[in-house]
Design a protein around this ligand. Structure first.
Ligand code: ATP
Ligand code: NCN
Length: 194
């Protein structure tokens, strides 16, 4: 059975941080593939400056085209919004459970709010979570410290966010090196985040 890391995100837009994380996971963990699940509407985010689902998908698609172990997924596009991860996991198990074994990948900022996710106990009971280091305020709940299903990944920290990219691009700063080349090209041609 193939091991797949599910990397859920808004990817508005996908940046080199996301790509470095996904590549690190397929190269240096037991995962065979990473699927980028593009989320139409994260429960904790507003739709402000959120690009259309298909444009965000297209940018992920182009970013991973030279990485055969990384796959973009539209699976959440037809599921109810906001997109609660537990619902997507149930759907994925129904569709692909016989073929693939799933785990989750998230940045450390998401672990800090994980206790607020819908049915997070059920997620933890059934799935391992790989947590990628990230500088952010606050602290994860004590009960997650040393939890047998939560694996902290020993990897370099990258201080890049989609918010920074959107804001600085709007101000006219050059943020080109923070994006995979085809993503920059698409974003520039389409005049996104101006
Ligand atoms: N630089 C980074 N280091 C570690 N984890 C990251 C980094 N950027 C994003 N992530 C993780 O990737 C996942 C998807 O992130 P998301 O699409 O929300 O990107 P973001 O850069 O945090 O976006 P935004 O600034 O719009 O909130 C989340 O689990 C997030 O924690
Ligand atoms: O299931 C939940 O309750 C839940 C709460 C917050 C975030 N998530 C998911 O986590 C992913 C990253 O969220 P975000 O807000 O950092 O882009 C995204 O796919 C969300 O749908 C899921």
């Amino acid at each position: 059975m193939k091991k797949v890391g599910l990397y859920f995100g808004t990817f508005n837009p996908i940046h080199i941080g996301h790509l470095v994380i996904a590549n690190h996971m397929v190269e240096f963990s037991d995962l065979d593939e990473v699927w980028f699940i593009i989320t139409p509407q994260s429960p904790f985010k507003t739709k402000l400056s959120l690009l259309d689902n298909n444009h965000r998908y297209q940018m992920v698609f182009e970013a991973v085209q030279d990485y055969p172990k990384l796959k973009p997924s539209k699976i959440e596009f037809d599921l109810p919004q906001p997109n609660y991860t537990i619902n997507t996991l149930l759907y994925l198990e129904e569709q692909y459970g016989a073929e693939y074994g799933f785990s989750l990948i998230m940045g450390e900022d998401n672990l800090k709010s994980f206790h607020k996710w819908k049915n997070y106990e059920a997620i933890l009971e059934h799935y391992s979570i790989y947590v990628y280091p990230r500088i952010s305020d606050g602290k994860a709940e004590n009960r997650f410290e040393g939890h047998s299903k939560i694996m902290k990944v020993d990897a370099p920290i990258m201080e890049i966010s989609s918010t920074f990219i959107r804001n600085e691009h709007k101000k006219g700063k050059n943020i080109k090196p923070l994006l995979p080349a085809p993503v920059w090209k698409y974003m520039d041609e389409m005049n996104f985040y101006r």
